[in-house]
Design a binder for this molecule. Structure first.
Ligand SMILES: [Zn+2]
Length: 115
């Protein structure tokens, strides 16, 4: 049964298997399971490579940079205060988005794979 890309992507946002949507695709933070625990879909054949980090940079950049520019224009806080605020916030944002980006990449590759 072929599942639409939209459904596979919606499952990937929650880091779930693109086929069944029941089980997590990760066994560690960024380490993919070789097979889905629920439907036994083979996930080891999909190599996400650098797409996840690339997508993370794009998304995080579009979140953080406008915030930095807005805060600078409106409040103009000291540079040390901006560094103390933005560096941890950027790291947290990237660490939150990275597994989701990798999951999205896996869902796209899974959907492109003809079965
Ligand atoms: Zn599954």
């Amino acid at each position: 049964m072929k599942i639409s890309l939209v459904l596979a992507l919606s499952r990937s946002i929650f880091k779930r298997c693109p086929r069944c949507g029941k089980a997590s695709i990760y066994k560690k933070y960024l380490k993919l399971k070789s097979n889905c625990n629920y439907c036994d879909e083979d996930l080891s054949i999909y190599r996400t490579d650098d797409f996840g980090p690339w997508l993370t940079i794009i998304i995080a950049g579009h979140i953080i940079v406008p915030l930095v520019l807005f805060i600078e224009q409106v409040y103009a806080p000291d540079l040390w205060l901006q560094a103390v605020a933005w560096i941890p916030l950027t790291i947290a944002t990237v660490l939150f988005i990275l597994p989701v980006s990798k999951s999205i990449c896996l869902a796209i590759l899974w959907n492109l794979n003809d079965k």
